[in-house]
Design a protein around this ligand. Structure first.
Ligand code: AMP
Length: 218
């Protein structure tokens, strides 16, 4: 595998990005750095950042650029990321974050930016079925047949719908994606750094498309 792969995975929330990133991180043996997971961990720990972020996340908004840039700068400076690389999931989400990331990674630039492309209508269907383990973050898809209590196969934690997966919050997030994040696709394409991967289809097929793109950029 690529030694020291540094990847950004863009895409609408609910596009199956998190699950694919976890699998890709195991495949490439690089850390999966999800800014959403970092914020949810801070919320669970009850830190000032976590409490502030929870309000914003539950409303489907975006946490301020300065805070996010500071978090990512610190995380990418840790030894696992500097030696192995990383898969960056959920960051950048604005052009200001992308510009800051260029500065943060100037000595070790990103190898490839992948847009995992899933249309908005399909994302809406997937999010309404999405369930997440509160403790370890493993994603599940509800069939509608489940009883109230659902225990995580991985860690035994409680599997529930995310607090920010309400219809209002989901629509707000998708609107913010179109206005704030989708310009990044053009931004990276203009720099010749973007690869688009079709994110519709069986997860195994999508994963194969992702690994093919990563291999092609070695
Ligand atoms: P995610 O797990 O990527 O779906 O992120 C969950 C929520 O965390 C988002 O809806 C935002 O409120 C917040 N968040 C995560 N990453 C960022 C970011 N790069 N910039 C701003 N807010 C973020």
């Amino acid at each position: 595998m690529i030694p020291g792969a540094r990847l950004i995975i863009l895409g609408r929330q609910g596009a199956g990005k998190g699950t694919q990133c976890v699998r890709l991180s195991r495949h490439l043996v690089v850390p999966h750095i999800s800014t959403g997971d970092m914020l949810r961990a801070a919320t669970r720990e009850g830190t000032e950042l976590g409490l502030m972020a929870k309000e914003i996340m539950d409303a489907g908004g975006l946490v301020g650029d300065d805070i996010m840039i500071g978090l990512v700068d610190e995380r990418l400076g840790r030894p696992d990321a500097t030696t192995r690389g990383y898969i960056l999931d959920g960051f950048p989400r604005t052009v200001a974050q992308a510009d800051a990331l260029d500065g943060i990674t100037s000595e070790r630039p990103i190898h490839v930016v992948i847009d995992l492309d899933v249309p908005r209508e399909i994302v809406l269907e997937r999010i309404s079925a999405r369930r997440v383990c509160r403790d370890c973050g493993t994603n599940y898809t509800a069939s509608g047949q489940e009883s109230q209590t659902w225990i995580c196969d991985v860690c035994g934690g409680d599997v529930q719908q995310r607090d920010d997966d309400t219809p209002d919050a989901v629509n707000r997030r998708l609107d913010l994606y179109e206005s704030q994040t989708s310009p990044l696709i053009e931004h990276y394409a203009a720099q010749g750094r973007l690869m688009v991967v079709n994110g519709v289809g069986r997860p195994d097929h999508v994963f194969k498309r992702l690994t093919d793109v990563v291999e092609s950029r070695r």
